[in-house]
Design a protein around this ligand. Structure first.
Ligand code: NAP
Ligand code: MN
Length: 268
């Protein structure tokens, strides 16, 4: 029988490195093929040891993997993790007996088209953001489903997935959205709302089949797009289309996982 191939990532801190050693010893003993390099066609399971930042790094390193991924939390906020270092044996047992469910996390995609016709895409698990140059305000014409809606003026916009709604989105007053809801939450960062500029001041929620168009005002030469805090700078942007993507991340959730208990534990 083919061995189960597991790729393990860790964030380099002491506890994570020790947890990595323990986990890879235990899994090797139990007959797994353990490695630290993800291969799309052969990895069956990804384990990520660390916090949410390490989890996001693993997702991007693997370019949004198609196999299941599980997180082991080594003392960080840990929204994506269900396993603790002391629960490794129990996790392997549960994995082998199929006592888990897969939570399919939706992602968000931005397609940036520049004046030369070139298209570049960015994918985010938490969010995409669009901001202006340095600390100047940014002015963006927003359309929803091809319908012009507003000219946004302020620091920028966050386009959050439901599973990313508890991250940056929440810090700027966005709503916490249950990950079972496949919606795109568009949250303004410091919107200006004066007689000079008028922008929505609250989040808006869009269904997954609707896309949002962003056209920078002519004087905006530099636009910054981030996907999960990874920043790209663009010049001469014609437009940016943002929508829920078909790509999803398949997160292992163990018995007892409950989104709202997690929110309560971490935030209240
Ligand atoms: P970071 O700046 O170190 O992370 C900020 C915090 O966000 C960390 O505590 C991280 O948890 C937590 N976090 C990440 N994803 C989360 C989620 N889905 N739900 C709840 N909390 C979450 O950078 P990072 O660790 O690489 O994470 C990148 C994320 O930081 C971005 O995707 C963005 O959402 C967020 N961010 C937040 C702000 C803000 O709140 N003002 C500003 C910029 C970016 P861990 O401690 O477990 O890593
Ligand atoms: Mn972090």
């Amino acid at each position: 029988m083919k061995k189960t191939t597991v790729t393990i990532f860790h964030n380099g801190d002491d506890l994570s490195a020790r947890t990595f050693e323990t986990l890879s010893d235990k899994m090797s003993l139990r007959g797994y093929d353990v490695n630290t390099e993800y291969k799309d066609d052969s990895t069956d399971l990804i384990v990520c040891i660390g916090g949410d930042g390490a989890f996001l790094r693993a997702i991007h390193t693997c370019d949004f993997p198609s196999c299941p991924i599980v997180g082991i939390n080594t003392g960080h906020l840990g929204f994506f993790q269900d396993v603790l270092p002391e629960g490794i044996d129990q996790f392997i047992d549960q994995y082998e007996s199929g006592e888990y469910s897969l939570q399919h996390l939706n992602t968000v995609r931005a397609t940036v088209t520049t004046e030369d016709g070139k298209k570049q895409t960015q994918l985010g698990l938490n969010e995409i953001t669009i901001k202006g140059n340095r600390s100047y305000s940014v002015h963006l014409f927003i359309s929803i489903g091809n319908q012009p809606i507003e000219k946004f003026s302020g620091d920028g916009l966050i386009f959050a997935t439901s599973s990313g709604s508890t991250a940056y989105n929440y810090s700027v007053g966005g709503s916490i959205s249950d990950p079972r809801l496949n919606v795109l939450q568009v949250t303004p960062i410091a919107p200006m709302n004066t007689t000079a500029y008028r922008s929505f001041t609250s989040s808006i929620l869009l269904p997954a089949d609707l896309s949002l168009g962003v056209v920078p005002e002519q004087r905006e030469n530099h636009i910054f797009v981030t996907n999960d805090s990874r920043e790209s700078e663009y010049t001469n942007v014609k437009d940016i289309e943002v929508r829920v993507s078909n790509t999803s991340v398949h997160l292992i959730r163990l018995k007892g996982y409950d989104f709202w208990s997690k929110v309560k534990d971490k935030f209240l």
